[in-house]
Design a protein around this ligand. Structure first.
Ligand code: GN1
Ligand code: MG
Length: 337
């Protein structure tokens, strides 16, 4: 790790290096060093190149977005990467892993679960402000780093393939959930047929991808820009609805704790539209209520599909983890509907 850190910093002392955060894909560390006689804190991250097959393109997108936000009157902090001493966004180590560094924002916190409508409103306002700021970014400049990422019809086709190739015992275990998903599968065609306008979309606006000020509870920074790509507005509003309205967090196994909170939902609509309202087309506005169910069902498909195939995509802490997450999402989906 020291030799990796040396690629980014000419540091005098390494104070600490600790695992950080709850992401399912990358490995994140909080790094404290002394450089130029100053103690500093940074975020060091190993980018999962099995998920992000074109790491350089991911960093190019992030750089582009950071540069664009910097050029605007944009109220939130910007997650701009720090290059290596030789001017690259990534360092590839001897084992082929890719590393990068981001600023660490002190006195901030994240939520796995929203507590109040006020927090929900603030989160939605921040993600809305982010979407609004990206409105004028030319989508053709962004590279598609994960093809078909929020393509519901492709996700559904992959799910059908996962059923065919499933580990037999796992398919038996998840049969009930598989049936529920297939019962609702038409929603993906319905949304695809609308051909909503392509925008620069964050694609991972879950509530823990927003930093809040520890004291004031105001939004500080939208983080995790890995999946910024061309997409539709339902992705960003949908993931916010999926993660903020749930009374329980995504990993909760006790389904009686899952509850879609309408008051939180109303606050999300208000907060998001307070920024994005003027830019949203009438057609986008009409289908906005489907954003939550559409994205939540897609997430259930991804978790349960991964369970069927033996946990090849998401990090899991125990064998049933993906199934538990999928059940959780399905319970939320049914309440949303
Ligand atoms: C993954 O690792 P994280 O938490 O940033 C996933 C999202 C899912 C999310 C579910 C690249 O995001 O799409 O919504 O897990 N990211 C990728 O919690 O697949
Ligand atoms: Mg992510």
């Amino acid at each position: 790790m020291q030799s990796i850190i040396h690629q980014f910093f000419d540091y005098q002392q390494l104070i600490s290096l600790d695992a950080f955060g709850t992401g399912h894909i990358n490995d994140t560390y909080r790094l404290e060093i002394v450089e130029a006689d100053k103690p500093q804190t940074w975020l060091l991250q190993r980018l999962n190149h099995h998920v992000f097959r074109q790491p350089e393109a991911v960093m190019q997108n992030i750089h582009l977005v950071a540069q664009h936000l910097t050029s605007l009157p944009y109220e939130l902090k910007i997650l701009a990467p720090r290059p290596t001493s030789s001017g690259h966004w990534l360092h590839q180590d001897d084992t082929g892993n890719y590393w990068r560094v981001f600023p660490f924002f002190e006195n901030t916190k994240t939520y796995e679960r929203v507590e109040t409508p006020t927090q929900a409103h603030e989160a939605a306002r921040a993600f809305g402000a982010f979407a609004k700021a990206l409105n004028r970014l030319d989508t053709s400049q962004l590279q598609v780093t994960i093809p078909h990422f929020h393509d519901g019809e492709k996700r559904l086709a992959d799910f059908h393939a996962a059923i065919k190739n499933a580990i037999p015992e796992r398919l038996t275990e998840a049969q009930q959930e598989v049936d529920i998903i297939l019962h609702h599968q038409l929603i993906f065609k319905k949304i695809a047929d609308l051909n909503l306008p392509k925008r620069a979309i964050h694609h991972d606006t879950k509530i823990n991808n927003l930093l809040f000020d520890e004291k004031t509870d105001k939004a500080v920074c939208v983080i995790d820009l890995d999946t910024v790509m061309p997409g539709i507005i339902l992705s960003d509003f949908g993931d916010l609805v999926r993660t903020a309205t749930n009374l329980a967090d995504e990993d909760e196994s006790d389904l009686s704790k899952i509850q879609f909170r309408k008051k939180i939902y109303d606050a999300l609509v208000e907060g998001f539209l307070s920024e994005m309202g003027e830019l949203i087309t009438p057609e986008e506005n009409t289908v906005l209520p489907l954003a939550g169910p559409w994205l939540t069902l897609m997430q259930a498909i991804r978790f349960i599909g991964d369970f069927l195939l033996g946990d090849v995509y998401y990090k899991v802490k125990y064998p049933q983890h993906n199934l538990v997450r999928g059940r959780n999402q399905l319970a939320l989906f049914e309440q949303m509907i």
